[in-house]
Design a protein around this ligand. Structure first.
Ligand code: UDP
Length: 410
């Protein structure tokens, strides 16, 4: 399908709680921020002006407007006060956020052709905008509250989130899902008509994430060339299942040269709870908490590793899987997000039928033993994600925007 796309589709992108410039790997900032900025930049490059609206992290009241790429602006508006807010705590501030957005729009006499909102909080604001502006509204949930409640240990998503998602699922014009699994969840948990859902997979920066020399990368990270390096990259949230990986590593502690490298967190220091658990399991000497790592340095980590592990209870997509494969590194993952659609078992990794530490340990053992003995494995891993560029994502999304605008016009 190759429709002609008008050169100036002005897009309002809403990402209220998580800034595309936030610190990746910290509590609430991860794949969605990468997604919003990467998609917006690609759209901007193609001549579509994109304004991304997000909350000002310090609660400043005037709008702060910054360029984020060709044709892309980041507009930070007040929603709540200074510092960290849990997503649901922002809910009462959404109306004043929308009022600020409307004042900004009026000050520049802006008219948008469509709204693309990310996560349920932005969806709420997008729903008001859809009514006031009379333009189509596409929502990407990124994660679904009801799906998280079915998967995550010991944490419940608040009822206001579930209500808002159910409401949006009925009233927005289009839902963009990142995986076929998310489309099934939307049908099963929110009764969404599949006709209103489009699946558009996420992307990866194939220029940044590429295989680097393994020995050089290891030297830079102070790892030995004979080490068996197991990598984790993600936010420290119970949903990420790090606990499972620590237990699996404890089962493998006698494996020669085993090293567990854990990336993510609020800063450079080791997080208290996982490091306490590692000590309790007797694996602290083989575990390194690398802290939050700048996105641009991650190719070094992926290239140094023998395997990336994604032990999550739930993922909306799982960008780290694409990033590792793009660097030529196999992935061992639970059956979450996009994993079964991307990982080729026995060739580029394995997908576990359940998340037990015993099974994870067994699968890791197989992958570590196979490491190095499989010529062309890195090239195969890289080739397996060649179709996942952000440019491809933008092309598909533009087709969806065009379809949506045309349908709306009718
Ligand atoms: N990330 C990063 N530095 C870190 C930890 C994570 O740049 O210290 C990035 C990682 O490269 C990936 C994103 O954060 O692009 C995490 O996305 P993913 O979809 O895997 O998980 P999410 O955060 O959306 O649950």
């Amino acid at each position: 399908m190759n429709r002609s796309i008008p050169s100036h589709r002005r897009i309002a992108m809403l990402s209220v709680h998580s800034s595309p410039l936030g610190r990746l790997g910290s509590r609430d900032t991860g794949g969605m921020s990468v997604y919003v900025r990467s998609l917006a930049r690609e759209l901007g490059q193609r001549g579509h002006p994109v304004d991304i609206f997000t909350r000002h992290p310090e609660g400043r009241s005037g709008p702060c407007v910054d360029p984020l790429g060709h044709n892309v602006r980041l507009i930070q508006l007040k929603a709540g006060d200074n510092g960290y807010s849990r997503p649901a705590d922002l809910y009462p501030h959404l109306e004043s956020f929308f009022e600020s957005l409307e004042r900004f729009r009026a000050s520049e006499a802006l008219r948008y052709d469509l709204i693309h909102s990310h996560y349920w909080l932005s969806g709420r604001v997008g729903a008001w905008a859809q009514r006031e502006w009379g333009v189509p509204h596409a929502v990407m949930f990124h994660t679904l509250g009801a799906a998280k409640n079915g998967a995550q240990p010991g944490e419940e998503e608040p009822p206001v989130r579930l209500r808002t998602e159910a409401d949006l699922a009925r009233t927005c014009h289009r839902i963009v899902a990142a995986t076929p699994r998310e489309r099934r969840d939307l049908q099963r948990l929110y009764g969404v008509d599949p006709q209103r859902i489009r699946v558009v997979p996420c992307g990866v920066d194939l220029d940044l994430f590429r295989p680097l020399d393994r020995e050089v990368s290891r030297r830079k990270l102070d790892l030995d060339r004979h080490d068996a390096v197991v990598l984790f990259v993600g936010r420290f949230s119970p949903i990420k299942g790090l606990e499972r990986l620590l237990e699996a590593a404890a089962l493998l502690r006698d494996y020669p040269g085993l090293r567990l490298v854990i990336v993510g967190g609020e800063g450079p220091e080791a997080p208290p709870e996982p490091s306490r658990r590692a000590a309790e399991l007797g694996i602290d000497r083989l575990t390194r908490f690398a802290g939050q790592v700048d996105h641009r340095r991650l190719p070094e980590f992926y290239s140094a590793a023998d395997v990336l592990v994604v032990p999550s209870h739930y993922e909306s997509f799982g960008l780290v899987c694409l990033e590792a494969l793009a660097c030529g590194t196999p992935v061992v993952s639970t059956a979450v997000g996009v994993m079964e659609d991307i990982i080729v078992p026995g060739e580029t990794g394995c997908v576990l039928p359940d998340g037990s530490p015993e099974l994870l340990a067994r699968c890791l053992l197989g992958t570590l033993r196979g490491a190095g003995g499989n010529p062309g494995a890195r090239e195969k891993a890289r080739a397996s994600v060649a179709g996942f560029s952000w440019s491809r994502v933008a092309s598909t999304m533009l087709e969806q925007y065009t379809e949506l605008v045309e349908e709306f016009g009718r």
